[in-house]
Design a protein around this ligand. Structure first.
Ligand SMILES: [Ca+2]
Ligand SMILES: [Ca+2]
Length: 384
């Protein structure tokens, strides 16, 4: 595939025209977007800067959060019982709770946990409200707390760093930004005011289970990256990543494809992601069952929209078909870079963020600030 399918204009909000009927999500793969030398340089710059774990092993905050939870068991049950049949199926537990506190839970993990805490005495594999009410949440924490967790058990096992792309940055980084402006047909200031380039390394055994790069936006929503520089608080927060441009920086010896497990499905139902114990989001086990897989090829860019062009809100509704993940790297190392094009309705906040980035870039001695930590795992416990 070549070239963008969708051309956008940005005035008061993003509006797009789809040409012609497009795949789902709207996605384009552009070979040789970067030269071999540019790829090598990006890897080199990232190594010079130093990479940090994209997700750290869970800490104990989860236990406290659960103990302070002011919500009755019946309400939790009701929240989890997606199909409202009065029973909790394993996939409902997997889909609607992040009970692993950053640990990726498989159907097998849930069954083991049920056995350990005697959650399902009649052994029918589902929890009734009565069974759920009898559950002692402390046993459940204790069980999870005693589990030995490695990086491979997490939602994401990779390392990353950020490279500043604004004025004064290395000319290759500037040039990539200019090419992204041309590729996306978006106004230059929207691209220029976006997050820096994220360079990611997956070692052998690395993965990133399927996820969305950005979430729904409401009028009160704050963007995670700019919010950190202004210290504002908002009940809703997301990463405001309108477009993702992903670059493959090397050829991977084994595995490491980018999977879009439900691309081009006619319909989307969250629960249908888990069927007969196969969780399509699981990129360590089930990448082969995804609808679209892109093999990493050095220099190729993959570009997609995280929102629909239905004109709702600032950016449209989330495009759920853009669900994607990084398959298990079975051999060698995988290097990629991400350019996210952010749309923040508050332009002043966006500019302030850019000024801060420029300041950090000048002062290499200063340690990486909080904005470099992936927000999606920071407050993971509040979800249940
Ligand atoms: Ca149910
Ligand atoms: Ca039962």
């Amino acid at each position: 595939m070549e070239g963008p399918f969708k051309f956008c204009t940005y005035r008061h909000q993003i509006s797009c025209v789809l040409t012609p009927p497009s795949p789902n999500p709207v996605l384009a793969e552009i070979p040789n977007f970067l030269s071999e030398q540019e790829c090598k340089l990006l890897i080199h710059l990232a190594q010079l800067k130093g990479l940090q774990a994209s997700q750290i092993l869970p800490v104990d905050g989860y236990k406290e959060a659960m103990e302070n939870l002011e919500i009755s068991k019946a309400d939790i049950f009701n929240l989890l019982d997606h199909n409202q049949d009065g029973q909790l199926q394993i996939k409902e537990v997997l889909t609607h709770s992040r009970l692993g506190n950053g640990r990726w839970m498989t159907p097998e993990n849930i069954r083991e946990m049920y056995t350990a805490v005697k959650a399902d005495p009649d052994g029918n594999g589902v929890l009734s409200l009565e069974e759920f009410k009898k559950l002692n949440l402390r046993d459940f924490h204790k069980y999870l707390g005693n589990q030995e967790i490695t990086m491979n058990d997490l939602v994401r096992n990779s390392q990353h760093t950020w490279l500043y792309q604004g004025e004064g940055a290395h000319q290759v980084l500037r040039s990539i930004r200019q090419r992204v402006i041309k590729l996306t047909h978006l106004p230059p200031d929207v691209v220029e005011n976006s997050e820096p380039l994220q360079v990611v390394r997956y070692n052998t055994g690395g993965h990133y289970h399927a996820h969305m790069d950005s979430g729904p936006v409401f009028p009160e929503t704050a963007c995670a990256h700019t919010k950190l520089t202004t210290n504002e608080s908002s009940p809703f927060e997301t990463s405001c990543r309108y477009v993702t441009v992903l670059f493959y920086l090397n050829n991977v010896t084994g595995g490491g494809e980018t999977t879009f497990p439900i691309a081009d499905n006619r319909t989307y139902e969250e629960l249908s992601l888990i069927q007969n114990d196969v969780d399509l989001r699981d990129t360590r086990k089930h990448c082969d069952k995804g609808n679209l897989r892109i093999k990493p090829r050095q220099g190729t860019a993959v570009f997609w929209y995280n929102y629909l062009s239905n004109g709702k809100g600032w950016v449209g509704d989330v495009d759920e078909f853009a669900l994607h993940g990084g398959c298990l790297v079975t051999e060698g190392t995988k290097w990629i870079a991400n350019n996210w094009i952010n749309v923040d309705p508050n332009k002043a906040r966006q500019l302030w963020f850019q000024q801060e980035m420029a300041r950090y870039a000048k002062d290499e001695q200063e340690s990486q600030k909080e904005w470099t930590v992936d927000k999606s795992y920071k407050d993971i416990h509040v979800d249940l």
